[in-house]
Design a protein around this ligand. Structure first.
Ligand code: SF4
Length: 412
């Protein structure tokens, strides 16, 4: 572990002192704890954008549009209308069991199911907390890679936090997922299958107290393992499967799907042009480049102002209010001057376009990645609110089972 405080003449320390207006709190610096962060020859944290050329899983029905499914069935010598039947089983009944597909001819049914629904996720572990209202799943993919999803019941909604990559190439020093780098991009169907598997669990009555019999996942957040916008094509195809009307897809509302990013600016701009009114979240975690360069290494490629500009353009193009995610880390990014700077940068671009979600970290004694003091947290929130920025302290559901997803899995 490197020293958590900088020498007095470092740029970051100067920024803290000059902006703190008497705030004598220290400036703790990001550092990898208990593991070695990969660096470039110039000493910058290494970023991996391209997925290593590793084998993808076999093609699955959820990788394809309805038209492509019909085409595939034709190639298998089957009537194209079977595509709708198979899609109904998967997207409406959450089943890939040939025994339950009595509308398909018995002869060849098993082979057909094998061809269209190769198993993608094998459950390795399931952890429950919050009286069974939160379940964290650990899945093994066909090549042995492990990914997680977290299912959370709230009054009136059920949210699933999904993974989009096995590993991650963004190398954030606080994140367990980033430590091993990027294994590979997940396929569209691997992303979708996390939701279908969750719906199966809900339908079996295994998520807390059932509110009504037709319950299913209502909200999806791409805040599990991976940087979703680094796997752009497959993530977008998965979003289509989520929002396409049943039985082509799950028939969910795009507004209830949150795509988050640490700030891949060209991909944010592309997302704004998709005409898919998903909710967009920027995981900012620091308003100043000095800190963010270390905290979120992708900031070395696209700076704070570029990321906020792209987020603001997302709002202008889609009319959808943007969320800024901000994990509050003791003495690292929770200074009141940073709340003021964040508010200033957001207000400079207009009013009513953005919402800030500060996320309290778990208290982790002895770690630099630990919770802000409650009064510091309150001051941060109040500073933003006083500047006219709608701000909501976010729930950290599932934290006692380390279920706060890749972006929040701070140095557990
Ligand atoms: S915080 Fe997110 S973007 Fe950063 S390494 Fe972890 S999963 Fe990747």
């Amino acid at each position: 572990m490197t020293s958590p405080t900088r020498t007095p003449n470092s740029p970051l320390n100067r920024a803290a002192v000059s902006s703190a207006d008497g705030d004598a709190r220290p400036q703790v610096l990001p550092a990898a704890e208990g593991w070695e962060q990969q660096r470039t020859a110039e000493g910058r944290p290494l970023l991996q954008f391209a997925s290593p050329r590793v084998k993808q899983p076999p093609q699955h029905l959820a990788d394809l549009t309805l038209a492509e499914r019909a085409e595939t069935l034709k190639e298998l010598g089957l009537q194209p209308f079977r595509a709708k039947q198979l899609s109904t089983h998967y997207f409406q009944h959450w089943t890939t069991d040939p025994e339950r597909m009595s509308d398909l001819p018995k002869a060849g049914r098993e082979e057909l199911v094998e061809a269209m629904f190769p198993p993608l996720l094998t459950e390795v572990r399931r952890l429950r907390t919050d009286d069974g209202n939160t379940i964290k799943f650990l899945w093994r993919l066909f090549d042995g890679a492990l990914v997680e999803s977290v299912l959370m019941r709230y009054p009136g909604r059920i949210t699933l936090c999904v993974s989009s990559q096995a590993g991650c190439g963004m190398n954030c020093p606080f994140c367990a997922t980033g430590q091993a780098g990027l294994t590979r991009n997940m396929s569209t169907a691997e992303i979708v299958d996390q939701v279908v598997a969750a719906n199966r669990v809900i339908a079996a009555g295994e998520l807390g107290a059932t509110e009504h019999p037709d319950e299913r996942v209502t909200n999806i957040v791409f805040m599990g393992m991976g940087e979703p916008l680094a796997n752009y094509k497959r993530v977008m195809a998965a979003v289509h499967r989520f929002v396409d009307p049943a039985p082509e897809g799950l028939g969910m509302s795009a507004r209830n799907i949150t795509v988050s990013t640490v700030g891949l600016v060209p991909a944010i701009r592309k997302l704004a042009d998709e005409e898919l009114p998903v909710t967009f979240a920027l995981s900012l975690h620091a308003p100043d480049d000095e800190l963010r360069d270390e905290l979120i290494p992708v900031n070395n490629r696209w700076k704070v102002d570029e990321a906020i500009d792209a987020a603001h353009d997302y709002f202008r193009k889609t009319g959808r209010r943007v969320s800024i995610e901000y994990a509050l880390i003791k003495d690292m990014n929770d200074h009141a001057w940073r709340a003021s700077l964040l508010a200033k940068k957001l207000n400079q671009r207009g009013r009513g376009w953005v919402h800030v979600n500060p996320i309290p970290l778990n208290p982790t004694p002895g770690s630099i990645w630990t919770a802000s003091e409650p009064e510091v947290q309150d001051e941060f929130v109040e500073t933003l609110r006083a500047a006219g920025i709608p701000t909501t302290l976010r729930d950290t559901r599932g934290k006692e089972i380390d279920g706060a997803c890749g972006q929040l899995a701070a140095a557990e």
